[in-house]
Ligand binder design. Structure first.
Ligand code: CP
Length: 317
């Protein structure tokens, strides 16, 4: 695998699940693949889970791991070509990327949407520059439009906790004080649409995701109807995608909070969230602390998804 930025890069969902099972069955069985190889994890944005799980995945594979926070200690990077660099950015990303590539064998990049210009965000400029210029296999640790390592871990978690062959999986928007990217929701929809699960997306009017991510999913604006009979409730906030409100918070309706009343409408659904989560904004204390909450095993599976992806990259070096 030369790049991992979307569901298609891993192949079928069946293959993704198989690879994850192999990693889980023998987490330290591939250290020969990673010996004397260096993983560089580059963060343009904050992280807890992605940073730690990707480092752990690299170490499980016997790799040396370098983590770089671009905004803390590295030179500030210019990303626009043609700019007269007389401002506060002393280095251009067009030199910085091949230099970083020279120090490692596999690269992970986190670069969120800025939520100012939809067409710029949806071009995935930074991720694509790394793919084009680093000379190394590149995987996304959350780009502007997708979070594929998260969605892969989500898929593995649903497979592990499902009680029926074809569970009903509901992605629900929930309120948040700040504008957040659509990446987690987009990506989750992309991966769920490749399974044979019953997949429903519910959100207030105005929060429609990009049509290419919604695909054939059922969109239900009546939140109670969406929850009825659900086996999994996956909560996430995202800002508006549709113009003219791209990147804005247009609703903070607390009726969308994941609470005990709505969870009682489900088929004793498991509760999922990618974390970090704002308690009593997105989900009540009672729901996230309930026996049906699987947010911790979901986060634990981030190591598995990262390791499965990096292992495929190492196999092709
Ligand atoms: N879920 C997730 O990507 O968490 P972090 O932002 O902490 O990495």
């Amino acid at each position: 695998m030369k790049k991992f930025t979307c569901a298609d890069d891993i192949g079928s969902m069946a293959r993704a699940i198989e690879l994850a099972k192999e990693v889980k069955a023998n987490p330290y069985g591939d250290t020969a693949l990673g010996r004397n190889k260096t993983l560089m994890a580059i963060f343009f944005n904050s992280s807890l889970r992605t940073r730690l799980s990707t480092q752990k995945a690299g170490m499980n594979l016997g790799m040396n791991v370098i983590v770089l926070d671009i905004n803390q200690g590295a030179w500030k990077l210019e990303t626009e070509r043609g700019v007269i660099m007389d401002g506060d950015k002393p280095e251009h990303i067009l030199e910085a990327i091949p230099v970083m590539g020279a120090y490692c064998d596999v690269i992970g990049v986190r670069a969120f949407a800025e939520l100012k210009d939809k067409s710029q965000d949806y071009k995935e400029v930074i991720l694509n520059q790394f793919i084009e210029l680093s000379g190394r296999p590149v995987f996304s640790m959350e780009g502007a439009t997708r979070h594929p390592l998260q969605s892969y871990a989500d898929l593995v978690t649903i497979e592990e906790f499902k009680r029926t062959e074809r569970p009903k999986v509901v992605l629900t928007w929930a309120p948040h004080p700040n504008p957040l990217p659509q990446a987690v929701a987009n990506s989750f929809a992309e991966w769920m649409n490749r399974t044979d699960y019953e997949f429903v997306i519910t959100h207030p009017h105005g929060y429609e995701l990009a049509p290419e991510f919604v695909g054939g999913a059922r969109v239900e604006y009546d939140v109670d109807k969406a929850y009825e009979g659900a086996d999994f409730v996956y909560a996430k906030n995202w800002s508006a995608f549709a113009d003219p409100n791209y990147g804005k918070v247009i609703n903070k309706d607390r009726a969308w909070l994941v609470d005990e009343r709505k969870m009682a409408l489900t088929n004793n659904a498991r509760f999922m969230h990618c974390l970090p989560v704002r308690r009593n904004m997105i989900v009540t204390d009672a729901v996230i602390e309930s026996p049906e909450s699987i947010v911790i095993p979901q986060a634990a599976n981030r190591t598995v998804s990262a390791q499965a992806v990096i292992r495929e990259m190492l196999r092709e070096l």
